[in-house]
Ligand binder design. Structure first.
Ligand SMILES: Cc1cc2nc3c(=O)[nH]c(=O)nc-3n(C[C@H](O)[C@H](O)[C@H](O)COP(=O)(O)O)c2cc1C
Length: 242
């Protein structure tokens, strides 16, 4: 049995990887990660999620498709009437996610999101007003940060939020397992914007909706991988008694 202190240290040592070596990850290792993911608890043990494993040519085609959609749309976000009309007339750029992307975030949560953005872009030397540099960093999502494998996680719409919850438990076990094997991972809500790109390559069963991707690979030495998102204190999420 792992000692409790060691376990806590292991949990705290997992961090999102946003720059990967191109070294391949064997399909048998990906299978082990999925098996470890499946050790998580689940609503009535239903496991209401499915995973599409994209590597090689399939991975490259999905990445290419998403990059194109992103580059078309990111050039039309000034808010001007001209850009709005252009966007309306360019279906390729439309965000057609299965679930609406919550923007802006609820007011009480905005400071946390702003802080992580400010600190991450600060580390990368990207100024707040530098839209071009920000877009370039965001576009890396659609290269899967160079990871050789991208997992696309789908949930069954019939179990509503409970399916998303179970997928999250699965994903965290999977990412911790990756970490234990010296692999890095990045959960990516960014890739949920265009489920079509994934449907084109995989037989996704009816009723399953895309919630996020997970990039998997070996971390490289890029500075972005040293980023440590802050942690809030337990008191901040513990409600007070009346
Ligand atoms: C469901 C989910 C979606 C995420 N989407 C993205 C994403 O699209 N791009 C990205 O760079 N990071 C993404 N992240 C990573 C978070 O930004 C990161 O987990 C958070 O800042 C805490 O940092 P840490 O994972 O290093 O502890 C996502 C995380 C989760 C759980």
């Amino acid at each position: 049995m792992i000692k409790s202190k060691d376990f806590s240290e292991f949990l705290a040592s997992r961090r999102t990887t946003r720059s990967f070596k191109s070294d391949p990850v064997d399909a048998s290792i990906i299978n082990e990660l999925i098996e470890d993911g499946l050790t998580a608890p689940s609503w009535s043990n239903t496991r209401p999620f499915m995973v599409a494993v994209a590597s090689g040519d399939v991975r490259d085609r999905i990445s290419q498709d998403m990059l194109e959609r992103w580059s078309v749309g990111s050039g039309m976000t000034s808010g001007s009437l001209k850009d709005k009309i252009k966007f309306f007339l360019t279906p390729k750029a439309w965000p057609l996610s299965d679930y609406p992307i919550m923007k802006p975030y609820p007011k009480s949560l905005q400071p946390r999101a702003r802080r992580v953005g400010k600190e991450l872009y600060g580390l990368l030397g990207v100024a707040r007003g530098d839209k071009k540099a920000r877009d370039a960093q965001w576009a890396k999502n659609y290269e899967f940060f160079n990871a050789p494998v991208e997992l696309f996680v789908f949930i069954h719409k019939g179990l509503s939020v409970f399916a998303a919850n179970d997928a999250g438990l699965f994903a965290e076990n999977l990412m911790l397992s990756a970490h234990a094997k010296g692999l890095g991972a990045c959960a990516q809500g960014a890739v949920a914007i265009w489920p079509k790109a994934v449907h084109r390559e995989f037989n996704i069963p009816k009723g399953y909706k895309l919630v996020y991707g997970i990039a998997i690979g070996y971390p490289d030495d890029a500075e972005v991988n040293t980023f440590k998102a802050n942690r809030i204190a337990a008191e901040e999420i513990t409600v007070s008694k009346k």
